[in-house]
Each structure stands twice: as C-alpha cells, then as structure tokens.
Ligand binder design. Structure first.
Ligand SMILES: NC(=O)c1ccc[n+]([C@@H]2O[C@H](COP(=O)([O-])OP(=O)(O)OC[C@H]3O[C@@H](n4cnc5c(N)ncnc54)[C@H](O)[C@@H]3O)[C@@H](O)[C@H]2O)c1
Length: 344
C-alpha cells in the first residue's frame, strides 16, 4: 500500500473509539462507519468527521474500497461480519472474544485463510507496554523459572446499575465477565505462561440481574508445571487491570491502580537484600495505549512487516479455555483443557 490504508469500522459503540485512535496514530484513514443504531452512527460520524456511513455493513463492504475493517460490534456479530469482510477481500481486526463458540471461530479462521486476508483478534494486552515487557523479561530469563501468575481484570460498569445490553445476554455476548474479561486473561496466560493443561473455576452472580455471571475465578495449571489464577469481576468498584508474575529469580508486578503506568520488578541482585527488602527496578511507560499499539501491530501484520500479533487461532484458544472454565464451574471439578467445549 503506497497510500494510507483505508479503514471501515463495523459497530461504532464504546470500544470503536479506541480502534479509531490507533488508526489515527498509524496515519490510516477511517473512511467509513457501519452501525445498526442510527443515533450512535450519526453521533460518531459527526464527532469523527466521517461522512460515509451505513446501517448495514454489507453495503459498506460492497461500496467502499477498504483495505481493512475493525469489527467492534457485539460478539454475536463477529462471525458473520468476518465472513463478509473476507468475501470482500478485506483484512480483519476482530474484537474479543473472537466468537460465541469454537465452530464459528474455526469458520472465521478457515474463511480468512482461504481469502488470503489477515484475521487478528483484539487481545490488546499482548501489545500493552507491560504485557510486552513481561513477555520479553520471561524470554530473557529475568524472572528465572515461572512458578505462578495472577491475572486480574475487574470493573463495575462505571457504577451503572445495569450491565450494557450487548454484554447482558448469552445470545449477544456468549457469557458474562468470565468470557468478557476472562478471554483477555486466558490469552495473556498463554502468551506469558504457555499452554494450559487444566482449569478449575468458580463463578457467581452477586450484583447484576443478568443471565450471565458477574464474578469469577479460575485456577490454572500450565503444561510447564506453573500454576496461576484468573480473577474477573463486574462487581469490583472502579477499574482494575493487573498481572503479577512470580519466578524463581524475580517478581513482575503491574497494576493500573498505581495511577501511573509502572512495572515493579523485584529481584535479589545485590548482596544486601533482606526478608522484606529486595532490589526493585521500575519501568515506566509513556505514549500509546495498548489498543493503539495493537492497531499499529495489526497494520504492520497486514503489510507483512511482522507476524500477526494475535491470530484467529489465539483468539479461539482463549475462548476454548473460557468454555473449559464454564464446564468446570458447572461440574464443580477441575477440567482438562486438552479437549473441545460447547458454548454456555
Ligand atoms: N478489547 C477490549 O478490551 C474490549 C473492550 C470493550 C468491548 N470489547 C468488545 O467489543 C465488542 C463491542 O463492545 P462495545 O463495548 O463497544 O459494545 P457497544 O454496545 O458499546 O457497541 C457495539 C455497537 O455495535 C452496534 N451493532 C450491533 N449490531 C450491529 C451490526 N449487526 N452491525 C453493525 N453494528 C452493530 C451497536 O449498535 C453498537 O453501537 C464486544 O465484542 C466486546 O466484547 C472489547
């Protein structure tokens, strides 16, 4: 591509704004928007100065000369929209979770492969400065052998009394917080700790009157022998995202709750450390958000400058581990992750 990439966005509600910021940062042109909800479409078009809008994404794909789309519609739309984009020869950055079930995910992966278009899933924690650093430090041996991880994503819908409608039903979302937030953490678990052998989950309904769970914990056993926990909630107060990695030679701590993006790396390099006081190296980050960095990675993948940062297969694996967790929560037993699972 010699000209800036031409981008369409399918579904222009909450998360679409962060995709747009990434495209702006990349110098791409967001040329067209599609959304079934006319007021949302009009508001976004006005705010973003995009004149070409469509109530039906099929019309956008048929009319516009697009290089790529971001699919930011509810999860139930990811599968049909990806198939339509692939048929139009358009690369896809698809929001998470990739799909409602593994069959849909398989279809999306196979269809995009046949069409020769990139399918990337928006598990942006891979591109988060602290996610990227964690992976590099593990690879460099800075933490020694990974022993356990704690992965957390929790919020309370900004204090709302109700869950956003597109997240509240199995039909639209596929699951509750364990799928919504948990799929990110399952992906991060794999990205940092490798394949998962077994999951043991509990879920709860504690606050919201919805058919899906609003609170969940999963205990992970990695193939490596390391263990971990995934903690998700729509019942926390405020927004918390963090990952803590423990290794034989050091600890990696990241939480957004410190106010500034900083990673604390605890280690025992100097001879004077004590029971409670260790050496600490801090890493501070400035600049682009994880979403913007992920969009930049997507476009680099489209140009063939790097491997796709989060493939359809990665997205499928995250959903598979969440479905395994639902099966575990239902049975009250640990479940081997070495099998396929039906949706909720
Ligand atoms: N990566 C992340 O961290 C992250 C964060 C939030 C949401 N998400 C994901 O993004 C997706 C959307 O979430 P959201 O919070 O933006 O939801 P939202 O409800 O705010 O926005 C979704 C938009 O899609 C539109 N829409 C519905 N059906 C459509 C269709 N057939 N064609 C075009 N538009 C359609 C709706 O009208 C709405 O404007 C979900 O899959 C969600 O899991 C990801």
């Amino acid at each position: 591509m010699n000209r800036p990439p031409r981008i369409g966005i399918i579904g222009v509600g909450g998360i679409a704004g962060l995709h747009r910021e990434g495209y702006l940062a990349a110098g791409a042109d967001v040329v067209a928007l599609a959304d079934v909800h006319a007021p949302t479409l009009a508001a976004r078009a006005g705010a973003w100065g995009v004149t070409r809008t469509y109530p039906d994404y099929h019309d956008m794909l048929a009319t516009e000369d697009l290089d790529a789309v971001s699919i930011c519609a509810p999860t139930a739309v990811h599968h049909p929209a990806t198939l339509a984009a692939a048929a139009a020869g358009v690369h896809v950055l698809c929001e998470k979770p990739i799909a409602l079930d593994l069959e849909q995910a398989d279809d999306m992966i196979a269809t995009c492969r046949r069409a020769g278009v990139v399918l990337m899933v928006n598990h942006q924690l891979r591109s988060h400065a602290a996610g990227d650093l964690a992976r590099r430090m593990l690879a460099a041996g800075d933490l020694g052998t990974l022993t356990h991880v704690r992965l957390r994503q929790a919020h309370d819908w900004a204090g709302a009394r109700e869950v956003k409608p597109s997240f509240a039903t199995r039909a639209l979302a596929g699951g509750g917080t364990l799928l919504d937030n948990g799929c990110h953490l399952m992906d991060l678990a794999r990205y940092l700790g490798g394949d998962v052998a077994e999951v043991f989950a509990r879920v709860a309904h504690r606050k919201f009157d919805v058919e899906v769970e609003d609170t969940g914990h999963v205990s992970l056993a990695f193939e490596s022998g390391a263990i971990g926990t995934v903690e998700v909630a729509w019942t926390a107060t405020g927004w918390e995202e963090g990952w803590w990695l423990y290794g034989s030679e050091g600890t990696f701590e990241y939480t957004n709750r410190t106010g500034v993006p900083v990673v604390r790396h605890a280690h025992r390099t100097s001879p004077g450390t004590t029971w409670g006081d260790t050496d600490v190296s801090e890493h501070r980050f400035a600049g682009a958000s994880a979403h913007a960095r992920h969009v930049l990675a997507f476009l680099a993948g489209v140009r063939g400058e790097r491997e796709v940062a989060c493939t359809g297969e990665d997205g499928r694996e995250a959903v598979r581990l969440v479905l395994a967790s639902y099966a575990s929560a239902e049975s009250g037993r640990p479940v081997s992750a070495r099998q396929e699972f039906d949706p909720l």
